[in-house]
Design a protein. Structure first.
Length: 558
């Protein structure tokens, strides 16, 4: 301690002797600040609350001064950044901090130097507390009757949790005036004689740190005074078809009396004179008639029971029970086939049937091989009409008809169609086996094609007329008849324009070309012919027309 005083005195003297060489006011043996216990943050990490920082504990020579810097960090406590202007020892938490964590960085300084230390991050900053507000009305549960317990639920609320609830039951008149029931401040309440005729409700109050709010529950029914035994107000009725194997169901009818009511049943078989006897074991609300019931009318005795007693009543009677007949086909289904070609539509007939009405019918088209075997269901084909597709080409079709009623079902199959062909409409088979089609049956995406061109003379050595034989097919390879073919020379004027010529059954058109004096006969010269083919009525620019350029060699006259 004496040494420290001497050092201080020397420092003071040195500072008081200006002009002395080497004099300094700084102590060379002073200790800088060192954090020994980190800073801490106290307060609630919530929007609107104020946090307070402590400096923590430090060693080092006094005096030590402290500065504060608040930082905002990620929810996990990392990625911390200074908060602009937040340099006080306290910090009011703002909406910008919600979802983040906060910490304080304390910088300590003395004459020997400075250092800093950071606190641990706070918990994740929560939004400001919000007071309760109701989102779903509370509901009372139970029977509004003297001696029965009613319980109100809390409904649904939003607001900062936790929420606590208190209750106040009220007695309400038919005009809607409600008054508190003294002492009825729990979620459950048992009505007393004074409540008879009134409707009850409970006011539910929700409370949290931000405030409180109250709402009234929905109303109960009017409180009943005493239990009364059941009595029927509307006769029960049976429902369904009085047919062997079909299910009959009796309703409970209408009843008055203290609820809840429970019901039991007994089915009876009744003669035409009205004598009814119980059917053994038929004690449910539903009953399926059996063969022994045929010709009888059926009814059910319904018994209602509550805590005050029971009463029974018979339902109205059904019609006489009958035995249904399964559908039987009398006339076989048939298929009308205007054309057994792909793209045509065939029409099915269900034929004629007998059996108990109503009879419903389902149709299924099947594709068979050309001999009528190996039949397979055509997916999705269940209408009375069916359009033939390319998948049907080479096959026959049959129609399967199923007739169904309450007694069962039966299935019958039509005669088969002729073998479906993919030949286009108007197609004819030529003696050589090739197929000839009219130009009118060519449509997109198929097109007319100029498949072959031949000349009566080649090369052309004279200016006498010569013939161009042009074959027209379509892109499927069918010969095309009635196509309109025209040939023009290029350049214009070397050959006289020829008339348009129609193709014959074999797909050929023969066009006679007449050279003009301008035609430059001679070895090495060439005549270019522009050939066009179209459907009747179409322009040469239509999507299915054909165009072709051909060259004809010219030779020296002989």
């Amino acid at each position: 301690m004496c040494l420290a005083v001497t050092a201080f005195a020397l420092s003071t003297l040195a500072g008081a002797a200006p002009g002395v060489a080497g004099a300094s006011t700084a102590r060379t043996d002073a200790a800088p600040p060192v954090n020994t216990s980190p800073p801490t943050v106290t307060g609630s990490a919530q929007q609107g609350q104020t946090l307070t920082a402590s400096t923590g504990s430090w060693s080092g020579d006094a005096p030590i001064s402290y500065t504060f810097t608040w930082q905002r960090c990620s929810g996990s406590g990392g990625s911390c950044a200074d908060i602009t202007g937040a340099t006080a020892q306290t910090y009011p938490v703002t909406s910008s901090d919600v979802g983040s964590t906060l910490r304080i960085v304390v910088a300590a300084a003395n004459s020997a130097g400075s250092s800093s230390a950071a606190s641990s991050p706070t918990g994740t900053v929560a939004a400001a507390d919000t007071p309760p507000s109701v989102t779903t009305q509370p509901d009372p549960h139970g029977t509004a009757q003297v001696g029965q317990t009613l319980t109100v639920d809390n409904g649904s609320w939003k607001g900062t949790t936790p929420l606590t609830y208190t209750y106040q039951w009220q007695r309400c008149t038919s005009s809607g005036t409600c008054t508190n029931i003294s002492g009825a401040t729990k979620s459950s309440y048992v009505p007393v004689a004074a409540d008879v005729g009134y409707r009850l409700r409970a006011t539910v109050t929700a409370k949290n740190d931000a405030g409180s709010a109250s709402t009234a529950s929905n109303l109960t029914a009017a409180v009943a005074a005493v239990e009364t035994p059941p009595s029927v107000t509307k006769q029960p009725d049976p429902h369904g078809t009085a047919q062997v194997g079909q299910t009959l169901t009796v309703d409970n009818g209408g009843w008055k009396g203290t609820t809840p009511l429970t019901y039991t049943y007994q089915w009876q078989r009744c003669t035409s004179s009205g004598t009814c006897t119980n059917i053994s074991g038929a004690t449910k609300s539903s009953y399926a008639p059996v063969a022994a019931d045929v010709g009888y009318r059926l009814r059910a005795t319904v018994t209602a029971k509550n805590s005050a007693g029971s009463a029974s009543t018979a339902s109205n009677a059904t019609a006489a029970v009958f035995q249904a007949v399964v559908p039987v086909n009398l006339t076989r289904p048939s298929i009308s086939v205007p054309s057994a070609r792909v793209g045509s539509t065939v029409v099915g007939s269900i034929g004629s049937w007998s059996g108990t009405s109503p009879i419903s019918y389902s149709l299924t088209w099947e594709r068979c091989d050309s001999s009528g075997g190996h039949c397979q269901t055509i997916a999705g084909a269940s209408a009375q009409t069916y359009k033939l597709t390319s998948a049907d080409a080479g096959s026959t079709l049959e129609l399967v008809v199923k007739g169904s009623n309450s007694a069962g079902s039966s299935v019958v199959v039509s005669a088969r169609t002729p073998v479906v062909t993919s030949e286009p409409a108007g197609a004819i088979r030529l003696p050589g086996g090739k197929l000839s089609i009219p130009a009118s049956s060519v449509s997109a995406p198929n097109r007319i094609a100029i498949s072959a061109v031949a000349f009566s003379r080649h090369p052309i050595r004279t200016r006498r007329p010569f013939a161009a034989r042009i074959r027209v097919t379509d892109t499927r390879g069918y010969l095309v008849r009635d196509a309109r073919v025209r040939v023009m020379g290029i350049p214009s004027g070397w050959v006289a324009n020829a008339s348009e010529v129609a193709t014959g059954a074999g797909g050929y058109a023969v066009v006679t070309l007449r050279p003009t004096p301008k035609l430059p006969l001679g070895k090495g010269n060439t005549l270019v012919l522009y050939i066009r083919a179209r459907k009747p009525g179409d322009s040469f620019l239509s999507s299915v027309s054909a165009h072709r350029l051909v060259q004809v060699q010219l030779g020296a006259p002989r």
